[in-house]
Design a protein around this ligand. Structure first.
Ligand code: SF4
Length: 307
């Protein structure tokens, strides 16, 4: 039975007032970001590289026929994958600093423009600043807040989001420490992704909808990588073990493109094959996941916003 819907798609921050050692993400750099940069290469204040109405997220996030998802793309990244499609912002330094007040106002502007939600993209390294902004709009926003993350999160940090975030849109990229180490310099990725996923589901509960819109819940994305379908299968099994296939939605992505790939990774300098995608898809179906699958035509940079 086909339960996946095909679509075209293209230790928390220890701060003494304003000073402190940043421990927001699993890197735990301990950097005082007013003085020096940690792995994410970002200072204390939030920086934003783009704000847009995004129509190409999963159907329950962008809602066909609507103005789209109100995406706020943050600069920098605490993971930094070698194949990142948003390389210009995750490493390129593009972006504008925004106070909590300005960020809050931008969220309200997105709502006024018809956004069906506020979609915070790569937000982890600014968690404390974003919570300040959400606190300012908590009463007035009235649309779901989506935390769109790499999955490399600390459960303790996620707890700061309780009462502020309605939907987690999280990647679960790798099972193997060899792959997560080679492509994202994070050998402990799967360990943190699984622990964080448990926390996310605890915060949001099971998926619930208002019409086509996901109002609350956790949606797990897995991007199938070339040569790594067996790892993809282990990822799905880990998700099912951690929280249960029925407690989350799954988005199985075929859009990997080597267009943004750094040099020295010849083994992933191609798109995935139909065989690879279908192997992972078959396991998703066996495990009883519901959610979304992508058409192979999504493997193009056409769906990558310009920064
Ligand atoms: S958010 Fe940045 S500075 Fe803080 S621990 Fe993570 S990578 Fe290091």
């Amino acid at each position: 039975m086909m339960r996946l819907r095909l679509y075209d798609k293209m230790q928390i921050c220890e701060r003494d007032s304003d000073m402190g050692k940043c421990m927001l993400c699993p890197r735990e750099c301990g950097a005082d970001r007013t003085e020096r940069l940690g792995f994410c290469k970002e200072r204390r204040e939030a920086r934003v590289s783009k704000i847009m109405l995004h129509k190409w997220e999963e159907p329950c996030i962008s809602c066909e026929g609507s103005a789209g998802s109100g995406a706020i793309f943050f600069s920098g990244c605490s993971l930094k994958c070698v194949y990142c499609q948003n390389m210009k912002i995750s490493r390129g330094g593009a972006g504008e600093e925004m106070s909590a007040r300005r960020l809050a106002d931008e969220m309200l502007k997105l709502k006024a423009a018809g956004a069906v939600n506020v979609n915070l993209v790569t937000p982890t390294h600014f968690t404390d600043r974003i919570v300040e902004a959400l606190d300012l709009v908590k009463e007035d926003l009235g649309i779901p807040v989506v935390w769109n993350t790499s999955g490399y999160e600390k459960p303790e940090t996620l707890r700061m989001l309780e009462g502020y975030v309605d939907v987690f849109l999280t990647d679960f990229k790798y099972y193997s420490p060899e792959l997560s180490s080679r492509y994202s310099s994070a050998p402990d990725y799967a360990e943190y992704a699984a622990a964080s996923l448990r926390e996310m589901v605890k915060i949001t509960g099971e998926p619930s909808f208002k019409g086509d819109l996901l109002e609350r819940g956790t949606l797990v994305r897995h991007l199938v990588l070339p040569g790594a379908y067996r790892d993809g299968i282990k990822v799905l099994e880990t998700v099912a073990d951690a929280v249960g296939a029925g407690k989350v939605l799954l988005s199985l992505m075929a859009q990997y493109t080597p267009e943004f790939l750094e040099e020295d990774y010849p083994e992933i300098s191609r798109r995935i094959t139909t065989f690879e995608y279908e192997k992972v898809l078959a396991r998703a179906q066996e495990l009883g996941f519901t959610g979304y699958m992508q058409s192979r035509g999504s493997a193009t940079s056409v769906y990558t916003p310009e920064f």
